[in-house]
Design a binder for this molecule. Structure first.
Ligand SMILES: O=P(O)(O)O[C@@H]1C[C@H](O)[C@@H](CO)O1
Ligand SMILES: Nc1nc2[nH]cnc2c(=O)[nH]1
Length: 313
């Protein structure tokens, strides 16, 4: 049977309506249902010995965080049946399993972004795979443009909250029928970026002499960067930086009962004056992120060392 025919049958079964009438996120969630994600997870688990408790998502240029992993076992996304591929520079497209600070982890060297053409639900498929692998904590990282005038290029910012216009306008990864085996229909996300975990990150920052900032991550869909008016809107509404990922991943992790801690590397200053020059360039963003990757590595490994075991249960 053709793939499109299979998809139509799934949508017909779930919604009793033609697929053309149903949103992309809902179709994705119908296709990648619990059983399908179980199959993907089983395929992965059969090829690695590590049973990770921590899932790390590496942002643009931050794949080197995986360099710290010991006893590495790698799986290319491209080899996993029905798994999306990474298409963005700075995202290799590899799962790296192993031990980091003696804890079993899986690192995603590469994430999926909605602007690559993947629905938000598809971008968060790996988080549901984390859940079925037994992951209890997600460490999410990204490269972001600094809005807060007090921020400098190269700063690390602990995310205390996000403000996502795409999510608020229904580019939402949990749209569609809900499967309670993953999580509840309506998800409270007031404390999505766990306060205790943020404090541990700050403690690590102090110990490592890293001057960590804290702030709100504003999400745009991309692939164009923001206009000055977009940026001013985000800034006036409490965002300290802007990027194109993280908030949908954190939302799905929270839904699945996975604790979340996240930080951004401020890779450029976002223009907030109408006559400013355009400063955003992806190659430059990846370059800056790579320059700061060592600090990100130290922060992640020190953070895992400091975790109280009961946070992983
Ligand atoms: O994957 P992240 O969020 O780190 O990547 C950032 C946001 C866009 O994907 C890209 C823009 O240059 O970098
Ligand atoms: N200006 C800007 N800089 C970034 N650096 C990483 N992501 C972004 C983004 O979305 N906007």
């Amino acid at each position: 049977m053709e793939n499109s025919e299979i998809l139509n049958q799934i949508v017909k079964k779930e919604f009793n309506l033609p697929a053309q009438l149903i949103s992309q996120d809902a179709i994705t969630n119908a296709y990648y249902n619990y059983e399908k994600i179980e199959e993907i997870t089983k395929w992965i688990s059969e090829r690695v010995t590590i049973r990770p408790k921590i899932g790390i998502i590496c942002g643009s240029g931050l794949g080197e965080i995986a360099n710290l992993v010991q006893n590495k076992e790698e799986i290319q996304y491209a080899d996993i049946p029905e798994f999306p591929r990474s298409t963005v520079h700075g995202h290799k497209g590899v799962f790296v399993f192993g031990h980091l600070s003696n804890e079993p982890v899986v690192c995603m060297q590469g994430r999926f972004h909605p602007y690559e053409g993947y629905s938000t639900a598809l971008c968060t498929l790996p988080v549901k795979v984390f859940k079925l692998l037994g992951v209890k904590l997600a460490i999410i990282t990204n490269a972001a443009g600094g809005l807060n005038p007090n921020f400098s290029i190269g700063d690390l910012m602990v995310i205390k909250d996000h403000f996502s216009l795409p999510i608020l306008s229904l580019q939402h990864p949990l749209v569609g029928h809900n499967d309670e085996r993953f999580g509840p229909r309506f998800v409270p996300i007031t404390n999505i970026y766990d306060k205790k975990l943020r404090q541990i990150l700050h403690d690590c920052g102090k110990e490592l002499n890293l001057d960590l900032r804290e702030g709100v991550y504003g999400t745009i869909s991309g692939p164009s960067y923001e206009t000055v008016t977009d940026s001013l809107f985000y800034l006036r509404n409490g965002a300290d930086c802007v990027g194109m990922s993280t908030s949908h991943e954190a939302t799905v992790a929270c839904y699945c009962g996975i604790k979340v801690v996240a930080f951004s590397i401020i890779t450029d200053k976002v223009a907030i004056e109408y006559d400013a020059e355009d400063g955003s360039d992806h190659n430059e963003i990846v370059k800056i992120a790579k320059l700061k990757a060592k600090d990100a590595e130290k922060l992640v490994s020190n953070f895992i060392q400091k975790l109280n075991q009961n946070l992983l249960e």
